[in-house]
Design a protein. Structure first.
Length: 276
């Protein structure tokens, strides 16, 4: 009898280790505010990762596409029911997460005889005023965090911290959409390169030591090197961006950035990739 709590803790620990492994090949997601609203971006491998949830709400995710789609539909349904029964102004990211999907994700994670959700989710909420903008992230265990200014999803908490530190250092003052996209892609590249480095370090550890060690703690690459990293992957992936625009006409503020938008906003080094 006394072994049961220990077995549950051990099972949860094993489950956490398993889930962490599933995100190693995932694409980071970056969201940050700019002078006209909120930008969300990623570099996806084909399956869309950015979605509209409600008039002023957008979602970005990484993980298993089926799990992400299931939770997206749950959010859509909850948002529209809330908007119908109450009012559109009552549909907030915090309500949907705290009272909606966070408990569902937490329960699935802790019930060790059932499959967990292999997802990390970012929800962006456009406020009536810039100071009311909110960014919320949810982990696969149901824990969530509300942030302002910028937020990221990444393969591990260490990589996430590295990306957030870069954004905090670089996001000085109010950015234009062009500046925000440039910064978001550089932050994405930091996460992507860190994931590659972690994988290389693990492979090196599996081999006999050759007198050297991994360089996970290396300095942040230059802006040009970060953009070049994105360009190197853009041929086999898709630069996916969406905005919540405060001044957009109508009730829906969500707009995916199309090829024409990206050609105008992207750094010169990436414009040829989008044009093809």
């Amino acid at each position: 009898m006394y072994e049961e709590p220990y077995r549950w803790v051990e099972a949860v620990g094993n489950r956490r280790q398993y889930l962490d492994e599933q995100f190693k090949q995932g694409s980071p997601v970056v969201a940050l505010t700019y002078d006209g609203g909120i930008l969300i971006t990623t570099v996806s491998k084909g399956t869309p990762k950015l979605y509209e949830i409600y008039d002023r709400l957008a979602l970005g995710g990484m993980g298993h596409p089926t799990d992400l789609e299931k939770l997206r539909f749950n959010l859509l349904e909850m948002a529209h029911v809330e908007g119908f029964n109450r009012s559109p102004s009552d549909v907030t990211g915090a309500r949907l997460i705290k009272n909606g999907i966070a408990p569902v994700i937490k329960q699935a994670f802790e019930e060790v005889y059932k499959a967990p959700f292999i997802v990390r989710i970012l929800v962006a909420e456009l406020g009536q005023k810039p100071e009311k903008d909110a960014l919320l992230t949810i982990n696969y265990d149901g824990t969530f965090e509300e942030i302002t200014g910028h937020a990221v999803l990444a393969a591990s908490t260490a990589i996430q911290a590295k990306m957030l530190a870069y954004l905090k250092e670089q996001q000085q003052g109010t950015l234009s959409l062009e500046q925000a996209l440039n910064l978001a892609l550089r932050a994405w590249a930091i996460g992507s390169m860190a994931q590659q480095q972690d994988e290389a370090d693990q492979q090196a550890e599996a081999k006999p030591a050759a007198g050297g060690s991994g360089s996970s703690a290396s300095a942040i690459p230059s802006s040009n090197a970060l953009i070049e990293h994105v360009r190197g992957l853009a041929g086999e992936r898709t630069i996916e961006c969406a905005v919540l625009e405060r001044q957009a006409p109508g009730s829906s503020k969500y707009r995916p950035l199309k090829q024409a938008d990206l050609s105008r906003l992207l750094p010169v080094a990436l414009q040829s990739v989008v044009a093809n």
